[in-house]
Design a protein around this ligand. Sequence first.
Ligand code: ADP
Length: 267
Amino acid sequence: LHEANAAKTRFLSTISHELKTPLTIISGFVDLMSDSVDQFDAEHAESLDIIRKNAARLGLLINDVLDISRIDAGKLRIEPTVFQLNELLGELEKGFEQILETKNHTLVVSMPDDVSWLEADRNRIAQLISNLINNAHKYSGPDCEIRLSTAIEDESLTVIIEDDGIGISEGDQKQLFTAFFRADNEATREAGGTGLGLVIAKSIVDLHDGAMWLNSIENQGTTVGFKLPCVTSEPIEVTPDDAELSLLSQRSRLFPDTEWDQIAETA
Ligand code: ADP
């Protein structure tokens, strides 16, 4: 069983890498053609836009499969940096505008009043929140509201995403964190997906030593939340002058008799 699982992981990893290479070439040429879109008639320009959007979608799917193979092999890593929560949420809000418009959905975001700094993997946190907003959007009927609320307590950030969509039956909720699992109903089939989003989301939360939960009632809606111990203080900016002086003080350890500060002033 162990060998079969290792073979599956290798297969997923190889196939997704192999798919990525031609897709990168297609996307590159589509971007190149998009640069001279004013030379095309409206119909061709629209076709090009469809190719571009679907190539981007395929890219995201391949990345999900790559992530799953990394998770399977225990090789998914995070690269934490310090960033502002509000800035990230603003970016996500903007990025989702067009997608939400297709179903006339409204995203109501409540952010902390103060600027909050997080020490976490920014891209992965964006991916985590995007997966959850995307699900709320995919599995809700038209004209709905999706609510994203945040809370900061001690050194932890809690994010909750709520929808009034189709919900998930109790039986299905038990299998949600199994890779490739998708609820067997018409709305889910229609929405499309791979059944990987929640598994990836949970792994990102785990890698940040956090916790994730999900409550859902069929035909009423779903609430997904996560809590991460990643709140930090504002990073200290190193001004160029400070940077120069600290470099000088390092030199002064090497050449203790040299008046580096005076040299810096006269320079
Ligand atoms: P995908 O959306 O690509 O199928 P996910 O792992 O994100 O994969 O979700 C797994 C399944 O859980 C979905 O197929 C869907 O049946 C169900 N699900 C996830 N989020 C929601 C939600 N907000 N409302 C209703 N069903 C959901």
